[in-house]
Design a binder for this molecule. Structure first.
Ligand code: ZN
Length: 532
């Protein structure tokens, strides 16, 4: 199928060339399982591994594994760059954006996996100048490899998806949703990806998904980091996404929009609403690391082939834009000294026209298309309705950034997870050497500790209420100390603040120590006094 492209086509030139065709059936190199089956099937793990094997020996590519899944599968990565790099130091020495792109976190959402394989092939086939001369691409095509192998019918594994017929499942082998695991890091897959983030410090993280909601008019929807504490979140929203949107339309003919769903399918004018700001979600998490995160959601009601192509085009445009605006994508913005640790969703300033597809009742119980409920039929007729678009968040609780947090020596599990995130944790009596051992401290007095009524991901999320007070505290030898002036200081604040909406309190790391009338075991020193 021909897709009209005006520039930056199959070889992703960063400048604009005349009309070219998106590379669909490559003349050179291996074909993905999706391509070989005319998009009737998606790749099994073995298909991915043999496809990657067939690319070995190409001078731009380095192969490795980020770690192992629960079931012992290697999770492969490929680093693509000219010149080739095989270590983080080599990548940094090139002074160009490092872009980390992940497919298959939800293993029923299969086009990211296929698009990434095709992109690796197409970029490394080309002998002409391309984006690999300007960025370092780290591709992880089959992140949830165990979930991928639990093939079942789309109707069972991906209820509202238009093919392929057999796909994997959402969760990993522990039953965890990896896109809710970025803070608590319970899955080996998450810990492996955190280790990659720590080692390579990518400037951009892209997570490839498929929608499963409303009938809209967009081939792909997207989100920047939504957490208001993200230093580059607004910039990504206001300066990156509109350019990608415009290029997806003009160069590829794909309409795109902010990720979301209609609030009410019967009364569209009520609005369009995005998902969540909390960092349990990968692209929000990545924002709190001070970098750019981009969520990509291909439209589940589009045929598989079109979803692969829209995802391919989106990835391509992200790489091109990062190459073009290298300095902006690589800049470091200091986080605000007042950190938003809870927030609520609000609408963009003006109401916006959102495109919906008209879906009608057939009057019987036949299924008209995979992924469409029985008795409903898509019409191919679209309507644009002006409505409020809820695609951003505003802080509802802000705390001043302290100089440091002090964690009891016995909280070793907390320290382990902080270190897994790449946060530097010292220990009193060892480092830092000049720390005062008696300090004016801010201590959080607990009024209530309430666990959620319903379990979620094997947890009952905890919510603390209380007030800060000032007192003199001894920093006993062996206590752990987290300095917020470190590169991941903002993330440390978000994880350690007792009232954070997605911190270690939330995920039950401190449950045994939380008593109404008592104090939160972690105290803080320095910085402006928190509001009592
Ligand atoms: Zn998903």
């Amino acid at each position: 199928m021909r897709v009209a492209v005006r520039c930056a086509a199959a070889i992703f030139l960063t400048g604009c060339a005349q009309g070219v065709q998106t590379n669909v059936s490559p003349a050179i190199g291996p074909r993905t399982r999706a391509e070989r089956t005319n998009y009737l099937e998606t790749s099994r793990y073995a298909d991915v591994m043999s496809f990657l094997d067939s690319l070995r020996g190409r001078p731009e590519l380095t192969f490795g594994v980020i770690g192992k899944t629960n079931e012992g599968r290697d999770i492969p990565y490929v680093i693509a760059s000219r010149p080739r790099v095989s270590t983080p130091a080599e990548a940094r020495a090139l002074n160009r954006p490092i872009v980390y792109i992940q497919g298959n976190i939800h293993a029923g959402e299969v086009e990211g996996k296929e698009a990434l394989l095709a992109i690796l092939r197409d970029l490394s086939t080309s002998s002409r100048a391309n984006v690999l001369d300007s960025v370092v691409l780290i591709a992880v095509p089959i992140y949830n490899a165990d979930g991928n192998e639990r093939f079942a019918h789309q109707e069972q594994n991906r209820g509202s998806q238009n093919g392929p017929e057999m796909v994997g499942v959402r969760a990993n082998a522990q039953g965890l949703d990896l896109n809710r695991d970025y803070i608590k890091a319970e899955a080996p897959e998450t810990r492996a990806s955190l280790a990659m983030f720590n080692a390579w410090d990518p400037d951009v993280f892209v997570d490839l998904h498929t929608t499963d909601g409303s009938y809209h008019g967009y081939a792909l929807t997207y989100a920047p980091p939504l957490n208001p504490a993200s230093p580059l979140g607004e910039w990504t929203r206001d300066s990156v996404m509109p350019v990608l949107r415009q290029r997806m339309q003009s160069r590829h003919g794909f309409a795109t929009f902010d990720y979301g769903d209609f609030i009410d399918d019967d009364t569209l004018s009520k609005g369009w609403v995005t998902f969540d700001s909390r960092p349990r979600f990968g692209t929000n998490y990545y924002g709190l690391r001070g970098r750019v995160g981009i969520l990509s959601e291909a439209y589940s009601h589009d045929p598989f082939e079109r979803r692969v192509k829209s995802t391919y085009a989106f990835v391509k445009e992200i790489l091109s834009l990062a190459a073009e605006r290298s300095a902006e994508f690589r800049r470091r913005v200091a986080p605000s000294r007042n950190v938003a640790i809870r927030s609520e969703m609000i609408a963009a300033p003006d109401s916006i026209g959102v495109v919906a597809e008209v879906v009608e009742r057939t009057g019987d119980s036949t299924r008209t298309q995979p992924g469409v409920p029985k008795g409903r039929r898509r019409t191919g007729r679209y309507t644009t309705v002006k409505m409020p678009v809820f695609e951003r968040f505003k802080p509802t609780l802000v705390v001043p950034m302290p100089t440091r947090y002090v964690i009891p020596a016995s909280d070793t599990q907390v320290v382990r997870v902080l270190r897994a995130h790449g946060i530097t944790v010292g220990q009193a009596g060892q480092s830092p050497p000049n720390m005062q051992l008696v300090a004016e401290a801010y201590v959080f007095a607990i009024d209530s500790a309430v666990a959620a009524a319903r379990p979620f991901q094997g947890h009952r999320e905890m919510r603390l209420k209380g007030a800060w007070r000032k007192e003199t505290r001894r920093i006993t030898a062996g206590s752990f100390v987290v300095d917020t002036s470190q590169p991941l200081g903002l993330l440390a604040v978000y994880m350690l603040e007792p009232q954070s909406d997605d911190g270690l309190v939330t995920w039950n790391f401190f449950d045994a120590e939380l008593k109404p009338g008592g104090t939160y075991p972690v105290f803080k020193t320095g910085g402006a006094p928190p509001t009592p």
